[in-house]
Design a protein around this ligand. Structure first.
Ligand code: PLP
Length: 415
């Protein structure tokens, strides 16, 4: 197709690197979402809201590393902090003050959290939350949502492999409290915890109803299971996380992405009575990790969280609203079916008239893939599944430029 031909023409340096990657990296990458056909672009550098690829092409970046770079790339206050830290060493096997600072900041922000423990990824945070739940309940299984995603730990990864989910995992239907209540009623005595995203992220930015979350929490407690909210993505939606915005408290809260300021991170927080499983006088679950809470990540994280104020969150939401309206108008102009799911600074585009129940069940995959490549051709970097995340350093002029680029990409798709 002309869209793919143009892409191949302008990304030859990326193709060369892709061929090399396939010789040494299993599957050509270490991260499934960063592969797409015919080859992913290879990035040479990033600054602010922009990426530059190895062929020297510039892109406005709306993935923000899958929502984790809430202040964009190479954010100067983070660079200064990290620069100072790395000169003092990057990691050591004893306490560092930055992880205490970051923990205090999170405790201050999120009402349901008295204590925090750090990991190196959201996936590890799932694993840790699960081991706390197992230690507390002496049960083994979990309940989560179909199309939910809590990392690539087998037990909590149902997205692309939902035909083959593990025997330890029950699946309820998102926003359908009854389906969770039924499972908890019949299998509650086996279930250690219910995991839920307050907004389905990788499945398309679908917000949970407050009522749904409250009913699942109540049913979980009735069954003696923990209610875990995965705020790895949704912490960027409110200064106290999505749960604070909705007035709901989780038993355990999973965090990740933005709280590492662009470095690998994860965390689990909760009230003292649950987090006490790590009290050294009464250690009930073991957790360690060579890089957990390291000073570089946590120093960067302090700046990222500190600078994510409610004001900046509200401004990002306004930018997202502007982008959404501009994209919808552009799609209408070229008669493409189009809709957007949107919560705060996060959105997902669909080339259909209605938002599907989950992005993993979308019927517009062909149009989405064409738009993804057409957008790259216009210097607009979005996730292959249509996710777009704002950052605090974006402004209206940048959003308008993005809308103009998207409009050209849409007319290429419609042609
Ligand atoms: N939980 C949610 C809601 C996520 O979106 C992700 C990653 O996309 C994870 C957990 C896993 O985090 P990580 O990729 O850092 O392992």
């Amino acid at each position: 197709s002309p869209i793919v031909d143009a892409y191949r023409q302008s990304t030859q340096g990326s193709e060369v690197l892709h061929l090399r990657a396939e010789q040494a990296l299993a599957g050509g990458n270490s991260r499934q979402v960063s592969y797409w056909s015919p080859h992913p672009i290879a990035i040479a550098s990033a600054d602010g809201a922009h990426l530059t690829d190895v062929d020297g092409r510039r892109y406005i970046d709306f993935t923000n590393n899958y929502t984790s770079l809430v202040h964009g790339h190479a954010y100067p206050p983070i660079l200064e902090t990290v620069d100072r830290q790395i000169k003092n060493g990057t990691v050591w096997s004893a306490q560092n003050e930055h992880q205490i600072d970051l923990a205090e900041l999170l405790v201050e922000r999120i009402p349901a959290i008295d204590k925090v423990r750090f990991t190196n990824s959201g996936t590890e945070a799932s694993n840790l939350a699960l081991s706390i739940a197992r230690a507390v309940t002496k049960r083994h299984k979990i309940l989560m949502s179909r199309f939910g995603y809590h990392g690539s730990l087998t037990e909590t990864e149902t997205g692309s492999f939902n035909h083959d989910y593990p025997a330890t995992t029950y699946l309820g239907e998102y926003n359908n409290a009854e389906s969770f209540e039924n499972i908890l009623e019949h299998h509650g005595e086996e279930i250690a915890a219910v995991f839920l995203e307050p907004v389905l992220g990788s499945a398309g930015i679908i917000a949970a109803d407050r009522e749904f979350l409250l009913r699942v929490k109540e049913a979980a407690h009735k069954a003696g299971a923990l209610f875990i909210l995965d705020e790895v993505v949704t912490f960027r939606l409110h200064e106290g996380g999505r749960q604070k915005a909705l007035g709901i408290e989780a038993d355990l809260t999973m965090l990740g992405k933005l709280i590492g300021g662009g470095f690998p991170v994860g965390a689990v927080g909760g009230p003292d009575d649950l987090m006490d499983v790590f009290q050294s006088s009464d250690l009930r679950t073991y957790h360690s990790g060579t890089f957990n809470g390291n000073p570089v990540t946590t120093a960067a994280g302090v700046v990222a969280v500190r600078d994510l104020t409610q004001k900046s969150i509200d401004e990002m939401e306004k930018l997202a609203e502007r982008l959404k309206n501009g994209l919808a108008a552009a799609a209408q102009k070229v008669n493409l079916p189009f809709c957007v799911s949107h919560v705060g600074s996060l959105m997902n585009v669909f080339f259909s008239n209605e938002i599907p129940q989950a992005a993993l069940m979308r019927e517009d995959q062909a149009a989405m893939s064409r738009f993804h490549i057409a957008a790259l051709n216009q210097g607009l970097f979005i996730a292959g599944r249509g996710l777009m995340a704002m950052s605090t350093i974006m402004d209206e002029a940048l959003i308008d430029e993005a809308i103009d680029r998207a409009a050209v990409a849409m007319s290429d798709v419609a042609a």
